[in-house]
Write a protein that binds this ligand. Structure first.
Ligand SMILES: Cc1ncc(COP(=O)(O)O)c(C=O)c1O
Length: 399
């Protein structure tokens, strides 16, 4: 009996040590991604089974059923599941539009807040993805300042999902919310405790199947509750061991991040220039594994029905699986998210060739339609009503 007790204690100590080592490596890795401009504290980090679990855990910790979180649209479609399904939390959209590159404005933030209030919902906070899924852009310092001011003013929380932080090709332009808190000397203030970061290795190391995510919170109570809740989504000890070894190899991680960014940048450029040659533009982006593509010129009308019709044609006729903007709650029809990182360069080339042929045919037929409509229009204008009446098959009145 004593023998088994010893073994049990030994195993427990080993697992705690393992957790400690991985958490330590993770905070260092997160600092490295942010150019070592911010230091993270291992005691504030809770391991979760991916960011999916981290986001849901935070909703359980921060909101009651029926409370609301404000999210800029377009947003990652998985949030409807992760934030709402089991927690009963409501998402209220912050309307971002193409006219300013889908940036968050104070009026849009205020409008969303009022909209939630009109619906009788208590706003608990704002959740952003930085860099953004699906836009592939990083939040500007002004936007981050705006969010912090809003959180101070409304006593709200900020959840910053920074799952794509290691994919920023232009590393100078990624600013974490943690950095802004530091720069504004907000440590120790009330709002400091209301800022929570979500991260996972799924995207930056390309390992979504291993389920390594985390909640990083400045609030002790949130850390404590999230730690208890993490039992529902643990990271296996084998995974913890593997990744603590991998992350401890600093030469490897530095090389990996650099090479990954270089390759993503190149892929994005190939996609953007390929689409440009087909007459299609993308939102200017600097991060992530995808581009936000403006296919409004390919729509048969300015509606979500037309977007769906186009999406179906791209899937069935071109053989490409792209995400329509409506799935990300975009309010303007015609935007699509196109991934460029989940295939070889050769496959990307084939995809672009096919897409270009499709887009060119579509644009040509639209132009022809417009031209014939134009001809018809000019004919209608050059001929008199009397001629039309005579030419019509329906000439009841003439008989
Ligand atoms: C913004 C964002 N958050 C969370 C997730 C979920 O990531 P994970 O695989 O770590 O659960 C994703 C996955 O695509 C995502 O894009």
């Amino acid at each position: 009996m004593i023998y088994y007790t010893y073994i049990y204690i030994y195993v427990c100590i080993t697992l705690i040590e393992l957790n400690f080592i991985l958490v330590q490596e993770l905070v260092e890795f997160m600092s490295k991604i942010r150019g070592n401009k911010v230091k993270f504290d291992a005691n504030k980090l809770v391991l979760t089974a991916g960011s999916t679990s981290a986001n849901e855990t935070l909703m359980f910790c921060l909101a009651d059923p029926g409370d609301a979180f404000l999210l800029p649209v377009p947003y990652y479609p998985g949030f409807d599941r992760d934030l709402k399904w089991r927690t009963g939390v409501e998402i209220v959209p912050i309307q971002c539009r193409s006219s300013n590159g889908f940036r968050i404005t104070s009026s849009a933030l205020e409008e969303a807040y009022l909209q939630a209030q009109d619906k009788g919902l208590k706003v608990k906070g704002v959740l952003v993805t930085n860099p953004s899924n699906p836009l592939g852009t990083t939040l500007t310092r002004d936007e981050l300042d705006l969010l912090i001011d809003f959180a101070i003013d409304k006593e709200a929380h900020i959840v910053s999902d920074e799952i794509f932080s290691g994919t920023v090709f232009d590393s100078q332009s990624f600013v974490s919310i943690a950095e802004v808190l530091n720069d504004r000397n907000l440590e120790g203030s009330e709002v400091f405790d209301r800022v929570h970061i979500v991260y996972s290795l799924s995207k930056d190391l390309g390992v979504p199947g291993f389920r390594i995510g985390m909640v990083y919170s400045n609030d002790e109570q949130v850390v404590s509750a999230a730690t208890k809740m993490s039992s529902f989504g643990l990271v296996s000890s084998q995974t913890q061991y593997t990744f603590s070894r991998m992350l401890s190899d600093k030469k490897f991680t530095a090389k990996y991040l650099k090479e990954n960014r270089k390759r993503l940048k190149r892929r994005k450029e190939i996609l953007v220039s390929g689409l440009k040659s087909a007459g299609i533009k993308c939102l200017k982006s600097n991060a992530c594994l995808f581009a936000w593509v403006d296919m409004r010129s390919l729509l048969s009308s300015d509606t979500f029905e037309a977007e769906k019709e186009l999406w179906k044609r791209i899937v069935y006729e071109v053989g490409l699986n792209v995400s329509p903007g409506s799935s990300c709650h975009c309010t303007e029809p015609g935007w699509f998210r196109m991934c460029f990182a989940n295939m070889s360069e050769e496959t990307l080339g084939v995809a672009l060739q096919r897409f270009k042929a499709f887009a060119e045919t579509l644009i040509r037929s639209k132009q022809q339609q417009q031209q014939s409509a134009g001809k018809c229009y000019s004919r209608t204008r050059s001929l008199t009503r009397w001629v039309f009446q005579l030419a019509s098959d329906d000439r009841e009145t003439d008989r």
